[in-house]
Design a protein around this ligand. Structure first.
Ligand code: AMP
Length: 282
């Protein structure tokens, strides 16, 4: 496995690969890797001649400086795991390498999907995501890029970015990997104690039960029920529970015309922010 810190050296290496007509799979990450990330890497390895993983904690997508500061870093372990998986190339740039002296995001118009949910509660977040993904795509020029449905809105944003920028890249969405109690795997879970991780299973349990109740209850009733579940549980603070259409990410207010509805949750355990989502239609 080759590790590149500088983009020029990575580009030289990848140019040789694409000149030979080989396909490049790309998995962008912020490190502190877990099985969720590894599932993306495995898929890329099975579908491409060469797989590139980037590890970069992108400052411009953090609306909360403390969240950025406390973001877990397990680089040595990440590299060892990626080597074990058979990953070909890892790119670990510095912030200066990407942004120069000042980390500033470009402004994007993603047609409104950037304004819902994560976009509403994390101002500027998707400008940051768009900026880094566009930059990394330009460097790596992958054939296929792999993103988890764990960050479902981000996956839709990246698809939109590829369309807006007219890029010849296939964006592949991958299913959510979960802990035994259903908690979606996340680097931020490392900031929870074992007991808290167990308690955080309520997010998945609530999504599962909301799905069961979807047919019988109105959207408003469902929302009220979810709020009551979190209040009763008491340990996690619900930020939002939203049902939105998968493609447009528009809020569903009446079930009649809903196209492929999906439920989305964001909740805080102390200062650790957790998100999850589940399709309601299958
Ligand atoms: P992150 O390092 O959190 O930026 O995540 C890097 C990629 O891994 C993103 O495309 C995420 O959606 C994906 N990912 C993170 N957690 C999971 C998970 N539990 N299951 C599947 N994909 C995930």
């Amino acid at each position: 496995m080759q590790i590149f810190r500088q983009k020029e050296l990575l580009q030289n290496h990848l140019n040789q690969t694409s000149e030979k007509g080989k396909s490049i799979g790309f998995v962008p990450t912020m490190g502190a890797l877990h099985e969720g990330h590894f599932s993306l890497v495995r898929k890329s390895l099975s579908e491409n001649d060469l797989t590139v993983v980037s590890i970069f904690v992108n400052p411009t997508q953090f609306d909360n400086p403390q969240d950025l500061e406390k973001y877990p870093n397990t680089l040595a372990q990440d590299l060892a795991s990626l080597a074990d998986l058979g990953c070909d190339v890892v790119f670990t740039p510095t912030s200066e390498d990407i942004y120069g002296n000042q980390a500033v995001a470009e402004s994007f118009d993603f047609g409104g999907i950037e304004k819902q949910m994560e976009g509403a509660f994390r101002p500027g977040h998707f400008d940051g995501v768009g900026t880094i993904v566009k930059y990394l795509f330009a460097i790596v020029q992958p054939t296929k890029a792999y993103f988890g449905e764990k960050d479902f809105q981000q996956l839709q944003i990246v698809k939109k970015l590829v369309a807006i920028e007219n890029l010849d890249i296939q964006v592949v969405g991958c299913p959510i990997l979960r802990e035994e109690n259903g908690l979606a795997m996340s680097s931020r879970n490392q900031r929870l104690t074992a007991v808290e991780r167990q308690a955080a299973g309520i997010i998945y349990q609530t999504l599962t039960r909301a799905k069961e109740k979807y047919k019988a209850l109105s959207i408003l009733q469902l929302q009220t029920w979810v709020q009551a579940e979190f209040e009763q549980h008491g340990l996690l603070a619900l930020e939002y529970f939203t049902i939105a259409e998968e493609e447009s990410l528009q809020k569903v207010t009446s079930k009649d015309q809903a196209q492929a509805p999906r439920a989305f949750i964001a909740a805080y355990f102390g200062d650790v922010r957790l998100i999850d989502n589940m399709a309601l239609y299958n």
